[in-house]
Design a protein around this ligand. Structure first.
Ligand SMILES: [Zn+2]
Length: 187
């Protein structure tokens, strides 16, 4: 498993062919689809750590005999105060960031596997869309699960036709919109 720190999407081989800008769009979607793990829980945890961490450290310093022999903790009152402030800030920042990253990771995993049958969890990637009439109305676009045969309205699944394209094929070619040097019309 890869452990990227600034670009969580690089943990997924499915995102390899995509630009950072496009990947960030999926990170944004992860924030929208998993608001608890990506924003609310980290915020609450950060605030809780501001109270819980100093209490824990003070408790350990006061009531655990022999802790000073194992961990080099300051003994003077000033030293204890500085140690408490620094570690509290570090913990109150680091813990929420770790939880948020976990939320982003799980959210990206959802995005990669979003196109699944609601009934049997079969992947719907690459399954052709059936449309009623020539009208491109999303409410008239259907998809039939190749495994269980259940028919879904695409809109009800919260999917767009693009979601049914395998991730590796969703990227835009690097020469998109540019003049191709050896195009046939010149000859
Ligand atoms: Zn199914």
């Amino acid at each position: 498993m890869r452990l990227p720190f600034s670009k969580p999407y690089r943990a997924f081989a499915e995102f390899d062919g995509m630009s950072d800008a496009e990947c960030r769009m999926y990170v944004d979607r992860a924030f929208i689809h998993r608001p608890w793990l990506t924003s609310r829980v980290p915020l609450v945890l950060g605030l809780a750590m501001l109270v819980a961490w100093p209490l824990l450290v003070l408790g350990v310093m006061e009531f655990v005999p022999g802790v000073h022999d194992v961990v080099p903790l300051p003994r003077s009152a000033d030293g204890k105060a500085i140690f408490l402030v620094i570690t509290t800030v570090l913990v109150a920042v680091a813990v929420p960031l770790l939880v948020r990253d976990l939320g982003i990771y799980l959210g990206l995993k959802d995005e990669v596997h979003r196109a699944r049958c609601r009934k049997c969890r079969q992947s719907l990637l690459g399954v052709p869309i059936q449309t009623i009439g020539a009208d491109p109305d999303p409410a008239k676009q259907f998809i039939r699960c190749p495994e269980c045969g259940r028919k879904f309205v695409l809109m009800e699944l919260g999917l767009t036709p693009r979601d049914l394209v395998p991730f590796e094929q969703r990227g835009v070619p690097s020469d998109f919109g540019k003049k191709r040097p050896d195009s046939t019309w010149r000859r």
